[in-house]
Ligand binder design. Sequence first.
Ligand code: HEM
Length: 402
Amino acid sequence: MPLDLRDPAYRIDPYPTLARAREAEPVHRDSWGIWYVLRHADVVAVQKDARLGRDLRKWLGYAMVRPYLADSALERCIEQWMFSLDPPAHTRLRKLVARAFTPRALEAVRPFIVAAANELLDELEASGRPEAVELMTAFAQAFPVRVIAHILGLSIDDYAALKAWSDAAIIVVEPTARRKQMQAADAAVIEMMQYLRAQAARRRTTPGNDVISTLLRAAEDGDTLSEEELISQLVLMFVAGHETTANLIGNGMLALARHPAELERLRADPSLMPAAIEEMLRYDPSANTNARAAHVELEIGGITIPAGSLVINMLGAANRDPDVFSDPDRFDVGRAPNPHVSFGGGIHFCLGAQLARIEGAVAFEALLARFASIEVDEAGVLWKNLINVRGLESLPLRVGWR
Ligand code: HEM
């Protein structure tokens, strides 16, 4: 088996395994009949192909995983996410929610994003300018929660609860999820939805400049968006926008710290920041896979895939395909062009990509401004025991403050 996703070595460094599998069998079928796509050209083609969709109920094996979810609040919520739907249902929801993510709307929140990053680092500095900093807890996890909560118009007092619900819910994207974890995710989503319903009721009477108010206005303008659809998209935005961005910061900082010459190059030329963020996204993407169900029999990379198959795009493998990226295992903060697939592609291309890019740039600008030196305490680096999500449980750094 060239592609053992459960191997502990894969969790620590998946890239040697992915490179071998891409070379040996770029469209690989596992013993469950699930297909894995590893070449860049094939991943891009799959994402653009309307014969493959995100509604995984169209996968013939869906019945095997469904008992974990059957009739739960979580299942009803996921089924309404735009992320889990094909056109025309997807088109309608995406068009509505995209109103809240225009370039203008995002530029308007930039000052908050800068302030949130600096506040967290002020708190850390005030705790005694510690030399040892565990970046995931001190910064990477907390920062995107504050940003997405602000964008949705939620109160600062609720950050801790929102983070706890979102942490429990992210397991739904994992094939390794156990029944107990799914039950915990279900309980978290029930509480989160109750909370969001109350927030939506409040915004109905006192609208603001936040996403909830924008979506309520859209619904009132005659677009059909039921309350359950609205609440489900809010849960999706929270879950999709929190863990992924935290891991962009964690994985990106680990890559920078392990490549001191690239770190110094970025410090010396801050205009490289946008390219550096793209390279962090390419080099070690926080969403390692995305899935599609084949509606009909079709060919991928010359291999026939039966109708009803589950097809998994291996984004980390595509991002290091030597046919597209020169010296793909090299971390190069100035890499251009950089057509990585870390935000997916096609009609489901990440709705929060621009927001994530802004958050990434603001976070690294703030971190590099505070820390004159950054080293990783390698013995304490711990990856999460997840397959689709690639992120650090712990990233201990030794830093010198400015
Ligand atoms: C580094 C951070 C992020 C990464 C790596 C990431 C990655 C992805 C990926 C791979 C997809 C699936 C695309 C597909 O199936 O083709 C996606 C979809 C999505 N993302 Fe992100 N994301 C990030 C941040 C965010 C943020 C901050 C938000 C905030 C709202 C967000 C909201 C969404 C939504 C709503 C979708 C579903 C879009 C659709 O189905 O049309 N993401 N993202």
